[in-house]
Write a protein that binds this ligand. Structure first.
Ligand code: GLU
Length: 495
């Protein structure tokens, strides 16, 4: 046999890794929560001894978007799902882009045609559309009626030689398809209910169904983790494996991710591109932690896991078969936990994209100020608005519960106190204020709170801000005095 003959193309070579799992995005757009959940589970289930592959399934030329390839890879990299083999880094199964592997699919289709497990189909698009319309009108499931299934080989070969447009269809064998799903347990389908799937389209490209069988085999994939929506297609894939004399990998179909209303996850729930989560200030650590629980549970009360811990701990046995519910408050909670786990210097770096106007010293100061109070990084620009723009609060906002005159008096009292040690600012303010008011303790406390709000609004323009001493140090005392002076003037005009 010559080394390029179709047979040798389909021979499996020894490949590294005790387990080999893959994530195989179709570059039709950005990766969504459902996609990356599968990617994350595959990455973790690969374990530390295995190899995780990324393969680009770009054989649907109508939906293909070239920019999606780098976008998808960037999303996986951002989440920390480092791949051992893939389109950008190559590997023993090069290439990892399906449109560059057409010769493999052609060889597989030829072998399927040779053994009679597939047949050419010449039915026109119009005929198939009419067929589907008639089936729909009769309330029947839409499927190919098998017209070309029994065409004599001589006839079909002559038609192909004559240049007739055709596809290659799988000849679904009689009997049942069975497999032991690692998540769903034993599965059984009656093959007669399954369509003769198109394997090679008239443009010469394979469909997903053929390409992924060929690639999973040649890439030595040991376990396939994918969404439950693929279950109805699995009998077709098993028929292709069997006809080619190949062993199918172990299959794990993970349940759907549903919204809190138990309906299919939609944009209103968070079925958004992962890049949008990044823009909203979720940390990849938190998102990975969150995604892992959309399909897996450790079987304990533990809830905080790093990606490395997930990879060491995750097993097929603990994958969940019931639908996962997308719970945004939980993601927010986990994000807060992960924000607080970061070193201040690391948080400062991550805040840079949210506060492009801040210097690195400011970012470090800001990180320390906000670390305990935020759940998402995108809360920071609003919280820190005052540091970069001069605030202009209304008198109403300034005085809060106090009269304009009382508010003004307090600001006059507070102003010189800013010049001492800022760490003790609160104490000094409290003393100064208490001396001026002989009320009972409870009233005094309440009043002090209101006074502090006046000062906070004067300096930051906001009723919610990071702690005052830090806020003052961030903008500098000079700016703080200036803002207080402006507020005093503003209050005097209404007093
Ligand atoms: N390309 C398919 C998708 O994006 C992959 C399905 C599979 O994992 O087999 O859904």
């Amino acid at each position: 046999m010559s080394p390029d003959s179709p047979e040798s193309l389909l021979d499996l070579v020894a490949l590294p890794g005790s387990r080999r799992l893959r994530f195989a995005p179709s570059p039709t757009g950005q990766l969504h929560i459902g996609n990356v959940r599968t990617a994350l589970l595959s990455y973790c289930l690969t374990g530390n001894e295995g190899r995780f592959l990324v393969r680009i399934e770009d054989t649907d030329r109508e939906r293909y978007r070239p920019e999606a390839v780098p976008e998808n890879l960037a999303t996986l990299a951002w989440l920390g799902l480092a791949w051992d083999e893939g389109p950008d880094i190559g590997g023993p199964c090069d290439p990892y882009i399906e449109s560059e592997r057409l010769h493999y699919y052609r060889a597989a289709a030829d072998r399927l045609l040779d053994v009679g497990a597939a047949y050419p189909c010449f039915c026109s698009r119009e005929r198939l559309e009419e067929l589907r319309a008639a089936q729909r009108a009769a309330g029947l499931p839409t499927r190919y009626d098998g017209r070309c299934r029994t065409m004599p080989q001589a006839e079909s070969q002559a038609a192909i030689a004559g240049g007739a447009d055709h596809v290659v269809r799988l000849r679904m064998p009689p009997g049942q398809s069975r497999w032991e799903d690692l998540v769903l347990g034993p599965q059984e389908f009656q093959n007669e209910e399954i369509d003769d799937q198109i394997l090679i389209k008239s443009d010469g490209f394979p469909t997903y169904h053929l390409a992924q069988v060929v690639d999973d085999h040649l890439m030595g994939i040991t376990h396939v983790v994918r969404g439950v929506e693929w279950v109805p297609s699995t009998p077709k894939h098993l028929a292709v494996y069997a006809a080619l004399g190949w062993e199918a990998p172990a299959l794990a179909h993970v349940p759907l991710v549903l919204g809190p209303d138990h309906k299919k996850l939609a944009k209103r729930h968070g079925a958004m591109a992962v890049s949008e989560y990044r823009e909203m200030g979720y940390l990849p650590e938190a998102l990975a932690n969150f995604l892992a629980f959309l399909g897996w549970s450790p079987g304990t009360e533990e809830e905080i896991f790093s990606l490395a811990e997930l990879r060491s701990r995750m097993s097929f046995e603990r994958l969940q078969s019931s639908p996962a519910i997308f719970d945004q408050p939980r993601l927010d909670y986990l994000n807060g936990v992960w924000i607080r786990r970061l070193a201040v210097s690391d948080l400062a770096k991550r805040l840079a994209e949210f506060l492009p106007q801040a210097t690195s010293e400011q970012l470090t100061e800001i990180a320390a100020m906000v670390q305990e109070r935020i759940r998402r990084l995108d809360e920071v620009p609003a919280l820190l608005e005052f540091a970069f723009n001069e605030p202009s609060p209304t008198v109403e906002l300034l005085r809060g519960q106090l009269t304009p005159e009382a508010a003004r008096q307090f600001l006059k009292l507070a102003d010189p106190l800013l010049d001492g040690d800022l760490e003790e600012l609160m104490e000094r303010l409290k003393e100064a204020e208490a001396g001026s008011l002989p009320e009972d303790a409870k009233q005094a406390k309440q009043r002090f709170k209101e006074c502090m709000q006046v000062l906070r609004v004067a300096i930051t323009g906001q009723r919610v801000s990071p702690p005052l001493p830090e806020s003052i140090s961030l903008i500098g005392r000079e700016a703080a005095h200036r803002r207080i002076a402006m507020a005093i003037e503003q209050l005097a005009q209404t007093a």
